[in-house]
Design a protein around this ligand. Structure first.
Ligand SMILES: *[C@@H]1O[C@H](CO)[C@@H](O)[C@H](O)[C@H]1NC(C)=O
Ligand SMILES: *[C@@H]1O[C@H](CO)[C@@H](O)[C@H](O)[C@H]1NC(C)=O
Ligand SMILES: *[C@@H]1O[C@H](CO)[C@@H](O)[C@H](O)[C@H]1NC(C)=O
Ligand SMILES: *[C@@H]1O[C@H](CO)[C@@H](O)[C@H](O)[C@H]1NC(C)=O
Length: 380
């Protein structure tokens, strides 16, 4: 397009209506991420051998198991790509990591509130949100020590001012809801204290200079095989697309409280630009209209064992092998066409679904305030 024509288009009053109030791109120099498996780029896989570090994880994009709980890229990978930044290395990964444009503290099975039942003996990650915050704070000062020392490691560390210009992304809460539900905890006791913890973490990041936050609420986990197989629901307990009504209600309840928490944080931290992204709605619309969007079997895991309604068996998950007559046989196999599937392994989404979700959330339609990803530094 010729410069003159472009100028005219930008100045056209009708088009101006569609530009955000403050219309300059943010140029985030780094991403710091906290969360669970939805955004884990190698944390759990580096620290505990129970992680699915084997193929077919990673098969679609990386062609090797890349520490991610998917066949390919996660939403956090698409966020980094869109912002023109390298993939965010996991803080816990000691091999080949480069933190010059950010660090990822997320691990699969992480919760906001610390759990009693943690790995390797229990079910949840010891790297709960409070621990991830401490790791981040330690990362902040140690990375600067290393940076100032110079030498070969300097190029792997972020510059100091990146911490105040970075986008802080957070996606956590899903495992708190399963812990709460399956360990019979009281919603009224659990959720307020978890959200208080969440709020404290944002405030701590703010205190060290963080200003820009991109927060995902939790998805409709009542549509995921690992939840559905545990519930043994009666026909009336499913919604019209086959998801658990009560479990999705629990997710909605968490999201409502998260929203209220964010509204309060905005009041407490007037200089913070906090974008809250409604992941629940975008994922739910994907399940609901799967066919129209070119996906099939929305509630069935692509990679798993046993077939059936959900193709999910907790003792023979995706990537699981069995030794039969001295030969390792892969039980948890991938499906024919992961590109057409939403659910990857009974718990997590396929790369194809992650991309679909990213394309919608990055445009701002599901965000509060409704700004696109690249503009998330502007105050509400
Ligand atoms: C780390 O990543 C940055 C950005 O991609 C790159 O410019 C730099 O060369 C990398 N550092 C090393 C030591 O590989
Ligand atoms: C939770 O409660 C249900 C029903 O009361 C019970 O069957 C189950 O064993 C309990 N689970 C735990 C972890 O206490
Ligand atoms: C949060 O609540 C406000 C109303 O209080 C609503 O306008 C907004 O859409 C909600 N945001 C999300 C992400 O649910
Ligand atoms: C789950 O897989 C195991 C093999 O690891 C098998 O023995 C068991 O029967 C399966 N369970 C169901 C419900 O299919």
């Amino acid at each position: 397009m010729r410069p003159l024509l472009l100028g005219l288009l930008l100045l056209h009053p009708f088009l101006l209506l569609f530009l955000p109030v403050s219309s300059s791109q943010c140029n985030f120099p780094a991403i710091f991420n906290l969360g669970d498996s939805n955004s884990d780029t190698g944390g759990l896989s580096s620290s505990f051998s129970i992680g699915p570090v084997t193929l077919p994880y990673g098969e679609t994009f990386f062609r090797y198991p890349a520490g991610r709980f998917s066949d390919g890229r996660l939403i956090i990978d698409f966020i980094a790509e869109r912002l023109g930044l390298p993939r965010v290395s996991s803080y816990l990964d000691s091999l080949g990591t480069n933190f010059s444009h950010g660090a990822n503290f997320a691990t699969a099975l992480s919760t906001i509130s610390p759990q009693n039942s943690i790995l390797p003996l229990g079910s949840y990650s010891p790297f709960s949100l409070d621990v991830q915050l401490k790791q981040f704070l330690q990362f902040k000062w140690r990375s600067q020590l290393v940076y100032k020392q110079g030498g070969i490691f300097k190029g792997l560390m972020p510059k100091e001012y990146y911490f105040s210009k970075a986008l802080y992304t957070i996606d956590i809460g899903q495992n708190d809801l399963t812990a709460l539900y399956f360990l019979n905890k009281s919603v009224e006791e659990y959720l307020p204290s978890a959200l208080k913890e969440f709020s404290e973490v944002i405030k701590s990041i703010y205190r060290i200079g963080g200003r820009y936050f991109w927060i995902h609420n939790t998805g409709p986990l009542g549509c995921l095989p690992y939840v559905l197989v545990q519930l043994q629901l009666k026909p009336t307990q499913f919604d019209r697309i086959g998801c658990s009504i009560s479990f999705n209600d629990l997710a909605r309840k968490f999201n409502k409280m998260l929203n209220e928490t964010v509204i309060q944080i905005r009041k407490d931290l007037p200089l913070a630009a906090i974008t809250l992204v409604d992941i629940f709605s975008v994922k739910y619309s994907l399940f609901r209209h799967a066919k129209e969007y070119g996906f099939e079997h929305p509630l069935r895991a692509c990679c798993g064992f046993g077939g059936g309604k959900y193709n999910f068996n907790a003792t023979a998950r995706c990537g699981k092998t069995a030794n039969i007559n001295g030969i390792d046989v892969l039980l948890g196999k991938s499906c024919k066409d992961p590109l057409k599937r939403i659910n990857w392994d009974g718990v997590h989404y396929t790369e194809s679904a992650n991309k679909w979700i990213f394309d919608r959330i990055s445009a701002g339609r599901y965000s509060d305030p409704p700004v696109p990803l690249g503009f998330a530094c502007h105050l509400k």
